[in-house]
Design a protein around this ligand. Structure first.
Ligand code: CU
Length: 150
């Protein structure tokens, strides 16, 4: 009986490992920065060239840093910002990210959102900002991706 239980547990573990490595591989090849890369943000569920139907989810990934709400000053943390159809120059990145429809803040520490955009091509980019909404120099923003909304 004991052997049976152990065998069942091992089979269960093996099944978990298989599905875990499949997920990890997928994420590695499609969007997740290389394990040796420095801190970075990335969009987990959408990729350059994807076609979506609005409204659609955008899931935020973060590597090498933590999330803290806006206003909370903790080392090596920040909150997500989603840039839609816009970008910030190097100079603009020295200041707080504007807050409008094209610069969305997730100051409660949210790690995903739902976006509604008109049909056509749109660019999306994630950027981690500090407690004062200033882009963190240590955390690479995601590469802007272009998605097509049907
Ligand atoms: Cu912010």
């Amino acid at each position: 009986m004991k052997t049976l239980l152990i065998t069942a547990a091992l089979i269960g573990l093996a099944a978990c490992n298989t599905s875990l490595s499949a997920t990890t591989q997928n994420a590695d090849t499609r969007s997740r920065p290389h394990a040796n890369a420095g801190p970075a943000v990335y969009i987990v569920n959408l990729h350059d060239g994807d076609t979506v139907t609005a409204p659609f989810r955008v899931v935020f990934g973060l590597y090498g840093y933590g999330i803290a709400p806006a206003g909370v000053d903790k080392p090596k943390t920040g909150h997500h910002h989603l840039l839609i159809d816009t970008e910030l120059s190097a100079e603009e990145r020295a200041y707080a990210i504007p807050s409008d429809d094209q610069h969305r803040h997730f100051g409660k520490g949210q790690t995903e959102t739902v976006v509604d955009l008109p049909a056509g091509d749109h660019t999306l980019q994630l950027m981690l900002g500090n407690y004062q909404h200033i882009p963190l120099k240590d955390v690479a923003p995601s590469k802007p991706i272009t998605i097509h909304v049907k």
